[in-house]
Every structure is written in C-alpha cells, then in structure tokens.
Write a protein that binds this ligand. Structure first.
Ligand code: AG3
Length: 291
C-alpha cells in the first residue's frame, strides 16, 4: 500500500467524511471514510462497517474500533498464537466473542487443533463479518469449526475440563462484555479447561484504559495460579499499545513457558517465537499497572 503524505499545510482533516473514536474527552483516532457499508442496531449494540481510505474495511461496535483489514493481523495473531504455541498440544479450542472470525482463522492454522468452538452473542456481528470481511471471517465455515450464537458466560458454565485453550476476544468490558472480566467467569473458565489448559484474553490498553486493565489483572490473578500480561502494537486501538493476558490452570509462570515453534508452513506477519517471549517483557509503566 502506498501512503500519500498530506502536505504540512493540510495536516488537519478537512474534505470528506471522517470517523472518530474518542479515547478520552480530548483524544481519539480518526480515519477518512470512503463509504458506510453497514449501520445497524442489534439487540446488544450498535454495529457499523466503514470502508476507510487507509485501513480498509473497519468494524465498529458501540463506537469502538474492533477490526480493520489493515492491522487485524497483529491482534489476531497475538491473541491466538501465543496461547496455542505455549500449550503442548492444543486440540480443543474455545473462542468466546470474536464473531469476526479472525481468531478462528488463526487457530485453524495449527494442525493439532481438532475442533474450534466459537461462541458469539451477536448474530449481526457474524453476518456483517461474513459479508464485509471475507479475508477474516472466511474460515467460519471450516468443518473443524462450530459457530454458536449464545451467551459465552452461560456456555462456559456448562462445560467442565472440555477445552485445552480458551480465548476471550471481547469488546471493552462495558455492558454485555463486562461479565467476561469478572471473577465468576474466570472461575468457570478455569473449570472448563482441561488439565494443563491455558486461558488468553485481551486485557485493554495501558495508556487509556489503565483502570480497566488493572482490574482485569487483579481479578485474573485471584482466580488463576499463574497469569502474565503481554503487549502488541495495534495502531487502531486506544493509545496504539494493547495488552493481553495469558493464564494457566497449573504449572509455571505463563510468561516463562518456552513456546513451541510455529507449525511448519505457517507464515505470520507479526508473531514470531522471539517476539512471543519478548512481548512478556513489559515497560515499567505497564508493569506498574498489572503488579
Ligand atoms: N476486540 C477488542 C477490541 C477492543 C478495542 N477497544 C476500543 N477500540 N476502544 C476486537 C475484536 C477483534 N476480533
């Protein structure tokens, strides 16, 4: 992709239609929109899909950017390959949320994975993703995948020792996503994991969501014997730096697990084995949030 640099005299947005997500009352993320492809209201949230000039198609839920074609690889590779490479044999994978299918796509690249169960609460997110994000949602119809439209909290409570890896790909922890960051859910998820199982979730950004991030870090550590955080650069999320948590039902610190190499033939754009290990080394200000 070639980027045309605006002249210094034209650095302030003017012509055309712009979308902004405010990250605080005084700062945000802005992109020029070529076209609004979809805008609707599901029983759970406002759903919008924009065709943007520089980030491709972009999914926005309740005003918050979730996925863009240009940078989704960072989030999905890091949320999936970190737990899957840290687990010795991830056969059964549960994804809660993640209705765009990005985590499903990455999980299926591991030949050990026999079954991926996606539990997404909002049918509209799955429908929009199938229609407007074929490169992300394209693997939802794979025979190894089961898509269930239901409440992830209830689903997890009904399962015991059923999954090797649970990945929670949720929106920010407000409204319907907030139960996914509470201790009762973490406890149920721990029970739903088989022995040696790993739990991974997005755990908000350290610059604009430090309170939420701290709350997730404290709660997860109360429930799981081992939980560590790691980071990735995601330009379209608040602050551009995003955190994830990797928690283990047993065993040693999840930050010091030596990852298995990526299965042969998988070419990633962000994830590497070296980066996996490096991403757990946190800047001081982030260490202080999760401590
Ligand atoms: N879910 C986490 C997005 C959090 C972004 N927050 C925000 N923009 N305020 C992403 C879903 C991708 N499958």
């Amino acid at each position: 992709m070639t980027i045309e640099k605006p002249p210094i005299s034209a650095r302030t947005p003017s012509r055309g239609k712009w979308f902004t997500e405010l990250h605080s009352p005084g700062a945000g993320f802005t992109v020029r929109v070529k076209k609004t492809l979809f805008s609707g209201k599901s029983p759970f949230q406002d759903v919008a899909v924009f065709d943007t000039e520089d980030y491709g198609h972009m999914l926005v839920l309740d005003g918050a950017v979730q996925t863009t074609e240009r940078d989704e690889f960072v989030y999905h590779e890091m949320l999936v390959h970190v737990p899957l490479c840290a687990h010795p044999k991830p056969r059964r994978v549960l994804i809660v949320g993640g209705g765009d299918g990005g985590c499903v796509r990455e999980a299926l690249r591991h030949p050990e994975v026999e079954r991926v169960t996606l539990v997404e609460i909002d049918q509209m997110v799955v429908d929009c993703s199938r229609k407007f994000f074929p490169t992300i949602a394209g693997k939802l119809d794979d025979p190894r995948v089961e898509v269930r439209i239901e409440d992830g909290v209830k689903f997890v409570k009904k399962h015991e020792r059923a999954f090797d890896v649970i990945i929670v790909d949720s929106t920010d922890p407000v409204n319907m996503a907030s139960p996914l960051t509470r201790a009762t859910f973490f406890r149920a998820a721990k029970e739903a994991l088989a022995p040696g199982g790993l739990y991974a979730c997005q755990s908000q950004g350290p610059l604009f969501e430090m309170k939420g991030m701290r709350r997730i870090a404290r709660t997860i550590r109360k429930v799981f014997p081992n939980a560590s955080h790691y980071l990735a650069n995601i330009p379209t999320y608040p602050g551009g730096v995003w955190s994830f948590a990797l928690a283990g039902k047993s065993g040693k610190s999840t930050a010091s697990i030596v990852p298995r190499p990526l299965p042969k033939g998988i070419r990633t754009h962000y994830y590497t084995t070296g980066l996996h290990r490096a991403s757990f080394h946190l800047p001081r200000y982030v260490e202080e949030i999760v401590r």
